[in-house]
Design a protein around this ligand. Structure first.
Ligand code: F6R
Length: 620
């Protein structure tokens, strides 16, 4: 969840590090800090609670002169241990102030390590787990077998740490070297000319180089101006995976939009097109990586989709398609619950793990649990080479591009499309669909970027509505069939962005309880199915709307163009293009994203960085 960057090269390190932190602030924004080595033996640290802007103001106040070196590191935090205050901000230093550490993840055995250090009269300056690493590395560097050996000192401490971590370490004595290590948290190396970077995300250095190296589990890297060297935690040479980043800086910048999220909403047609591209070739659906044989896919007798948040909602949409196309039972599970309830898994189970970041701890643990039980795992992921795809038997990448806004938008739509491809791949392998039917479904998917573009051209009405209902206390969302997960997603967006009470319901459940919430003026958003494609459900929902309207609710109805039956019951009618039923979430979600963003803006909130959240949740 935290963002980490380290740099050794020929440019002013402070500029590189602050620039990198700016692009990674989406990972956490409780506090920020930097450390710069000045080459003359000084290690200068500055850190500040709150957004990166606070740190920059602080640097202006203290003067940037002390930060003139060409090696340094920085951190942007999402608090786990210890409140988001200055003293808990990273970098953390040892007692001698010669060693500095930035950390992402959770050191699970930190209480025991802290007790050990305190018994040794080490005084702790923060409440964090991370600080223990600084003291332990300092001790390893000044005494015992690893004395004076910087990488070996870091490796020795990593061997003692339990949990998930990315660590980046500087030592004042070694101003031209940075050591970084990872276990279950992301770390990439950027390879430039006479300069090297380490970061949680390539976005931190994409401005300087697109050549990157993905570190594996329990690997350590030493970077200098001239090169980088990867080893395991025992100092033995290790292989890491080089790759070239296939998007450029402009993809990670706002491009004239007020917020990344608004840009990302607009990018959805392209994200969908990119996700579909190349996946239907020679009359067949093709995944990106497939280490599961067609015979194994034929043997599958049950599918679980495991995911969190919006990705979970994409799984709920997929259930309707996969069950329909493949005649296979599909269970959609919150990844955080999955392994704790002893799910029935075996070789014939396919677990589809959906994750934008590919590093969500709950989903990763669900994947590990599934593999221990011998189930096959297929990852749907937006981040090349992330941990979840690395640990899976097959991978389908969504090509939504970098998603910086914390609330998922384009990645969510891309997940829905990718999940459909998974369903079609299964149907094709199992013969539950003829090749021409698969081709027809794919062609319908290919028409969706244009349909989404059409929705985007009409959203001014939604913005206006958002401004008018921004002072409501709560909003309810109703849907049926694939409209139900859309209702859940609409409610989630509103909660996280506008901090409003919002609930999504299956409309059929209304009479079983939620109708008691209806009161005069309460906005209720209803996602209507197609009057042609789902006539029976459509008429039932019309009855539901009339029931809530009769009780004074303000009905906001999202319905197919030309759906005249619903018009009399809609206080606000938002029209979307007619598309095949299963694909409707790709168009009906878009107005809900825009609505939530506009309500949040009207209420004066930062749409990209909702309070208490971070983009990727690497702790359970
Ligand atoms: C909501 C949102 C989150 C994520 C969830 C899973 O807008 O972004 O609910 O969908 O944290 O994240 P990934 O997909 O990275 O596993």
């Amino acid at each position: 969840m935290c963002g980490i960057v380290g740099y050794v090269g020929h440019r002013p390190a402070l500029d590189v590090v602050i620039g990198g932190l700016r692009r990674m602030e989406y990972r956490g924004y409780d506090s920020a800090g930097v450390a710069v080595l000045d080459g003359a033996g000084a290690l200068n640290v500055e850190r500040k609670a709150g957004r990166l802007a606070n740190l920059e103001t602080q640097l202006d106040t203290v003067g940037r002169g002390a930060f003139a070196g060409t090696a340094g590191m920085g951190h942007t935090r999402w608090a786990t241990h210890g409140a988001p205050v200055d003293r808990n901000s990273h970098p953390h230093r040892d007692a001698s102030q010669r060693v500095a550490v930035v950390h992402n993840g959770i050191i699970e055995n930190f209480a025991a390590l802290r007790a050990e250090l305190e018994a040794d009269n080490v005084e702790m300056a923060s409440d964090t787990d991370s600080e223990t690493a600084a003291h332990l590395i300092s001790r390893a560097y000044t005494e015992g077998d690893t004395k004076g050996d910087f990488p070996a000192s870091v490796a020795a401490v990593c061997r003692r740490l339990e949990g998930a971590f990315t660590l980046v370490v500087t030592i004042a004595d070694q101003p031209d070297t940075i050591v970084a290590a990872r276990r279950s948290s992301p770390l990439v190396v950027g390879v430039g000319e006479g300069e090297h970077f380490v970061a949680s995300d390539v976005a931190a250095f994409i401005e300087h180089t697109r050549e990157a190296v993905e570190l594996g589990q329990d690997q350590l890297v030493v970077i200098t101006r001239g090169g980088y060297e990867v080893t395991d935690f025992h100092g033995d040479a290790a292989q890491a995976k080089p790759f070239t980043v296939d998007w450029d800086l402009s993809a990670a910048e706002k491009g004239g939009h007020e917020y990344f999220m608004l840009k990302e909403i607009d990018e959805q047609p392209e994200a969908l097109a990119n996700t579909l591209r190349g996946h239907f070739d020679g009359g067949r659906i093709i995944l990106d990586e497939q280490r599961i044989s067609d015979q194994d896919l034929r043997d599958v007798d049950k599918v679980f989709v495991v995911a969190c948040g919006s990705a979970y909602h994409s799984g709920l949409v997929a259930k309707y398609a996969i069950e329909h196309w493949c005649r296979l039972p599909v269970e959609v599970e919150l990844a955080s619950e999955f392994r704790y309830r002893d799910p029935v898994l075996d070789r014939a189970t396919l677990v589809v793990a959906v994750s934008q970041s590919g590093e969500t701890a709950d989903t990763l643990e669900a994947v590990r649990h599934a593999r221990e039980q011998k189930a096959r795992v297929l990852a749907v992921c937006n981040t090349n080479g992330a941990q979840i795809p690395r640990e899976s038997d097959a991978v389908l990448y969504t090509h939504a591009g970098p998603e910086i806004g914390v609330a998922s938008t384009k990645a969510f739509l891309a997940q829905i499309a990718a999940n459909y491809l998974v369903g079609l791949a299964l149907a094709q392998a199992r013969g539950t669909k003829y090749p021409d039917e698969v081709a027809r479904e794919f062609a319908e998917l290919e028409a969706m970027p244009a349909a989404v573009q059409k929705v985007l051209s009409t959203v001014d009405q939604v913005r206006d509505l958002g401004r008018r209902i921004a002072d409501s206390k709560a909003v309810l969302f109703l849907g049926r069939h694939v409209g139900f997960p859309v209702a859940l997603e609409g409610a989630l967006k509103l909660k996280e962005l506008a901090y409003m009470h919002a609930e999504g319901f299956a409309a059929g459940e209304l009479k079983h309880g939620p109708i008691a919430l209806i009161e005069e003026g309460l906005p209720v958003v209803v996602v209507m199915p197609s009057p042609k494609g789902r006539a029976v459900l459509h008429s039932k929902l019309v009855s539901n709307i009339s029931e809530i309207q009769a009780r004074g609710a303000r009905t906001i109805v999202i319905a197919e163009e030309g759906d005249e039956t619903v018009r009399p019951f809609a206080d606000e009618l938002i029209e979307i293009p007619a598309v095949p039923t299963l694909l409707q979430p790709l168009v009906s979600t878009v107005p809900l994203q825009v609505l939530a963003a506009e309500i949040a803006r009207t209420r004066g909130y930062d749409v990209d960085k909702p309070r208490n959240l971070a983009k990727s949740v690497t702790v359970e």
